[in-house]
Ligand binder design. Structure first.
Ligand code: SAM
Ligand code: CA
Length: 247
């Protein structure tokens, strides 16, 4: 049945609420994906965490439900067991990961903010997957440096999801390429940066979008030119670039 005019309006409204969570040009199409394929299959704990996060003032940062579904499927497809996440917030992508891993799977999760992680933690605990998570509070870069120095973590990660400070992505990449195993995947999130990667120079962009845009552009160029990886940039959420280490 074709949606009514009123229906179209409210759907557009809902898409606005999720902000840059999808770059699809049609609000109705995005809503169709969510309502047909994502929400009906979303695990109950993820729904609970998504609804809890929606009430938080910084909810623009959360991973969208369709991207959560994608990550969950990807992790299962590659049989991921040992993983890392940089940028947890309230834990939606973390929970999507934890639910995908086997019972003895591991996630090293890092964020400078423990409070937001603890907001979602009860839901993660209730879902019975908290034992897979090793949360470290603080900036990720020094932890990566320690792991590089220790030597024993080289080539040990099946999957690494990077969703934190965009101005550090290239610094992360330098280290993560050593830590991910050959054949493993690093996923860099927000690589289309609210569509701003193609915005004209005089486009009226929000301050934080403008500030990080050059870093995202630089990252995208560097990843495309890096012979150590194969890449695939997907227009899911705000853009995610999958990098498969080949050497
Ligand atoms: N993946 C999360 C989700 O699914 O809800 C969203 C992460 S949010 C976009 C970015 C997070 O990165 C914030 O929680 C922020 O505190 C964290 N962050 C910022 N700088 C960081 C750093 N240097 N090291 C670790 N985490 C950092
Ligand atoms: Ca993100």
């Amino acid at each position: 049945m074709a949606p009514t005019h009123e229906g179209q309006q409210s759907q557009a409204g809902r898409h606005q609420e999720v902000g840059h969570k999808s770059l699809l040009q049609s609000d109705n199409l995005y809503q169709y994906i969510l309502e047909t394929s994502v929400y009906p299959r979303e695990p109950e704990p993820m729904k609970e965490l998504r609804e809890l996060t929606a009430k938080h003032p910084w909810n623009i940062m959360t991973t969208s439900a369709d991207e959560g579904q994608f990550l969950n499927m990807l992790l299962k497809l590659i049989n991921a067991k040992n993983t890392m996440e940089i940028g947890v917030y309230t834990g939606y992508s973390l929970l999507a990961t934890a639910l995908a891993l086997p019972d003895d799977g591991k996630i090293l999760a890092m964020d400078i903010n423990r409070e937001n992680y603890e907001l979602g933690l009860p839901v993660i605990q209730k879902a019975g997957v908290a034992h897979k998570i090793d949360f470290k509070e603080g900036p990720a870069l020094p932890v990566l440096d320690q792991m590089i120095d220790a030597g024993k973590y080289h080539g040990t990660f099946d999957f690494i999801f990077v969703d934190a400070d965009k101005d550090n992505y290239l610094n992360y990449h330098k280290r993560l390429i050593e830590l991910v195993k050959v054949g493993g995947i690093i996923g860099y999130d927000n690589t289309l940066w609210n569509g701003s990667v193609v915005a004209p120079p005089d486009a009226p962009l929000r301050k934080y979008v403008l500030y990080y845009r050059d870093f995202v552009l630089e990252l995208n160029r560097a990843l495309a030119a890096d012979p150590r990886i194969e890449i695939c940039q997907l227009p899911v959420g705000d853009g995610i670039t999958l990098c498969r280490r080949i050497s």
